[in-house]
Design a binder for this molecule. Sequence first.
Ligand code: SIN
Length: 329
Amino acid sequence: MTKKIVFLGTGGTIAGTASSSSDNVGYLAAQVGVDDLLVAVPGLSEALKDQVLVTEQVAQVDSKDMSFAIWQRLAVRVTHYLAQDDVAGLVITHGTDTLEETAFFLHAVLPREQLACKSVVLTCAMRPASSNTPDGPQNILDAVSVVNTQGAHGVLVVCAGTVHGALAVQKVHPYRLDAFSSGESGPIAFVEEGFVRLVNQWPLDLEDVSCSAIESIANAVHWPRVEIVMNYVGVSGATVDALMHFGLLDEVSPLAGLVVAATGNGTIHRDLEAALTRAVNAGVSVVVSTRCQLGCVIAQQVQQFKDAQGLSPVKARVALMLSLMASVD
Ligand code: SIN
């Protein structure tokens, strides 16, 4: 059977253009369509061998503007293609800025049985397509190598020759081409000259991640509103109180949850903690993560708020939204 590789375009710097080819900073993201992007990748047809390329422009955004509506569409389209026997896997081109959130979202909602044998690879670039020395083409070739690697599966991120899993990956640099890290767990693999060298396990199914069925994602009209607040020197409870005041008045999108980017091992200033306690008493779910880049909050025997199960604040927010959605369903 001739196999297909599906490319879904969503925008990002990889599809960005600047007025000068030497400008790698002052560009507009999301300008080039996925078909034109792929035409500009030298060696792509050799890498695909006899595979058929299928492309779809799911969105065209700078990923800072990524929305729930696009996530919904993306999850539905990925699920549609994953279910087809002749699809070997998918590559999603995406901006780097919120890529880790989209990767985690897809990891949490895509059907497990299909993710267990195929890969969905998000790739990106730190330099625009118009650059003299763009990094996007090599990242796309590396993503194809990963999709075609025996045993590769799950939601993965490929950037600068490194393969990360959706759970651990985090953007850690605003400029370097190698902008992502998997922190303490390390990357899953490296791509070298088209070969994938595995240094860790392919991602395991995470049953403890709140997992809404794809149907409920596809049909969701209102996503539960979950905001992130941070602990820092001199913080007060004012932000939480304001969120409570306006959030609870909002009939369309009332405040449903708060994630705290706490200091250290989940510590929270007493004034912020008091405001969070008021929020919990008013029915808002509060989850505590840490603003530390490495490690995770180690739960104590008695704790006031739920902990983020090792997720970063932005991923804990996605997990909390999905679990609130599931509880409504
Ligand atoms: C974006 O996230 O869409 C712009 C920045 C990037 O892709 O590096």
